[in-house]
Design a protein around this ligand. Structure first.
Ligand code: C5P
Ligand code: C5P
Ligand code: C5P
Ligand code: ZN
Length: 517
């Protein structure tokens, strides 16, 4: 079957064929929005292909995690959104423990290879901006559906096996038919070839910030096209602000800090004054502010052009103003006005579950649970938002230390290690935290007192000048006996506690070399 990304078709087909031959599969995925959507795409594809499976999530695929996986009696392990970076360790354990790894990932591969390995970086595509873990997994899902046509329908033992095991490993049991949405809007053919799963793949890509240049491109755009054809996705030109579906208009504008607009950003009264000054009915009958997603296209255009005019009049440079508008991806089968409707809000909802040890909740939401799991996810989102905003306040008030080529802060145990990278990325550009150099953020690891987590975040402009944080964090961490990796623009590492100064020195030198300074 012709897949949407020809460069990866052979690899995806080989992986899918191997998965189809398996009696049962252990699916191991990463705990963030991209990892969760990867797991959901993979689960749906396996379920539809009648391959029994069990899901496990790992915060980081380190040697301990790989050893745990090897100790299970699974002969086939499907790694999604991680695996490439640890390929050397995986292949060692696989040989010893007698399992076959199948890898769908987009992180920088380690120096080793394996037979069933799908990764955009192996075929010259960019793993940070052109294809995510969920997108790579989606390519396998498309191929699995291709095989599926010649397979018999669901067998009985299959439901027993997957149902029981999933309950044991990942808490509440997701619905047994993991079709993401129903409502009769998704064409049966789209489901038969798994194209309806493109919506989740796009949520993963957006969650990995792959749309941060304004829209998805490269292989991601091909997946968007699949989703549009399948009737599950609709790209729309929108304000490039977070919360177009769920935030009341003044809050939407007030919290818009990626492009700072004087008199509106971080200024609730200013935002309201601006909106009240427009010749539009922006409050409903009860006097409550409407939301962007509720406005008509004409109303949206009026607000957007007034906003641009306001920004110009306050001296915001044209290059920044372009960043006010971008493409947003609507999941058309989801109800308007909910977090699930907009790919960006959906991905944040998922991070709010996975990064707090509740990946089971996020997975259930991806798989169609619109009851208890969605309610629980919304509660988690409220506390995630509080944590992000407290974290950003902490960094902004206490400031960062400038090391020459990098800037850094150490949060100790005041910011959770699983969100310290998100906080660092969101704080970049705030007062005193320049976007002209990358930021490194340290946080204590709750389960490992003698280790420290580091997250690095840069900008696409710095990447264009030569920055590659996956190299920086990897090399600097190994220099002090730790390990790390990730993407050019966002990477992470674990280092021994107390070695932060040596790590910083090495990282600073490396960034200096990369940027030619
Ligand atoms: O969690 P992740 O790093 O993928 O966040 C994606 C982006 O969503 C953030 O960088 C930020 O711009 C936005 N966001 C936000 N408010 C939140 C959560 C996320 O503006 N409460
Ligand atoms: O492991 P993974 O690739 O899924 O982690 C991606 C994380 O990196 C996202 O949660 C996001 O916060 C961050 N990121 C970023 N800017 C990018 C790409 C990723 O901050 N351009
Ligand atoms: O944890 P954080 O959000 O900072 O991770 C950013 C990126 O770095 C992710 O893609 C993650 O998978 C990667 N990472 C890694 N090795 C680590 C920590 C993070 O490859 N030890
Ligand atoms: Zn990812």
């Amino acid at each position: 079957m012709a897949g949407p990304v020809p460069e990866l078709e052979d690899r995806a087909a080989a992986c899918a064929e191997r998965l189809h031959e398996a009696d049962r599969v252990l699916l191991a995925s990463h705990i963030d929005a991209d990892g969760l959507t990867s797991a959901a795409v993979a689960s749906s594809a396996l379920e539809r292909a009648s391959v029994p499976f069990e899901v496990v999530f790992e915060k980081q695929l380190d040697e301990d995690a790989i050893a745990r996986i090897a100790r299970t009696d699974y002969e086939t392990v499907w790694f999604t959104d991680f695996g490439s970076g640890q390929l050397d360790v995986i292949t060692d354990y696989a040989a010893d423990g007698g399992f076959t790894p199948v890898i769908a990932d987009h992180h920088q591969p380690a120096d080793a290879d394996t037979e069933f390995h799908c990764n955009p970086l192996l075929e010259g595509l960019d793993g940070a901006s052109e294809l995510s873990g969920a997108g790579t997994t989606y390519l396998l899902a498309r191929e699995l559906a291709g095989d599926c046509v010649v397979r018999s329908p669901k067998g009985e033992n299959h439901d027993e096996a997957s149902g029981e095991r999933r309950e044991r490993e990942s808490g509440p049991n997701p619905p047994t038919d993991p079709t993401m949405t129903d409502g009769g809007t998704v064409a049966t053919t789209a489901r038969a070839d798994n194209r309806d799963l493109a919506a989740l793949a796009v949520v993963g890509a957006v969650g990995d910030m792959q749309a941060s240049s304004g829209e998805l491109h490269g292989a991601n755009a091909e997946i968007v096209a699949d989703g549009v054809e399948a009737g599950v996705l609709e790209p729309t030109t929108d304000l490039a602000l977070y919360g177009t579906q769920t935030r009341p208009l003044p809050k939407l504008l007030e919290y818009a800090t990626d492009v700072r607009i004087p008199g509106i950003s971080n200024d609730q009264r200013g935002a309201m004054r601006f909106l009240d000054g427009l010749d539009l009915e922006l409050r409903d009958d009860a006097g409550e502010w409407r939301r962007w997603g509720d406005l008509t296209t004409a109303e949206q255009q009026t607000v957007a052009s007034a906003l641009v005019k306001h920004a110009i009049s306050r001296g915001v440079p044209a290059s920044k103003i372009d960043g006010l508008v971008g493409t947003s991806y609507q999941l058309t089968a989801e109800p308007a006005g909910t977090e699930l409707r907009d790919a960006s809000e959906f991905s944040t909802l998922l991070n709010a579950t996975a990064r707090y040890d509740r990946a089971d909740v996020g997975l259930a939401v991806c798989l169609g649970d619109r009851g208890g799991a969605l309610e629980r996810a919304r509660e988690l989102l409220r506390s995630h938002r509080r944590n992000l905003s407290e974290g950003i306040d902490l960094v902004t008030t206490e400031g960062v230390t400038n090391e020459g080529h990098v800037q850094w802060f150490h949060a100790g145990d005041r910011i959770r290690e699983t969100i310290v990278g998100i906080v660092a990325g969101m704080a970049l550009g705030n007062e005193g935290i320049d976007r002209d150099r990358p930021i490194l953020a340290f946080a204590a690891k709750s389960d490992e007192p003698d280790a420290v987590k580091v997250s690095g975040r840069g900008t696409h402009a710095l990447v264009r000048q030569g920055l590659d944080l996956s190299v920086v964090l990897g090399e600097a961490a190994r220099h002090v006996g730790g390990d790390g990796g990730g993407h050019d623009v966002a990477a992470g590492a674990t280092v021994p506690a107390g070695r932060e100064p040596d790590f910083l020195k090495r990282a600073d030198d490396l960034v200096g070399e990369q940027l030619g300074q």
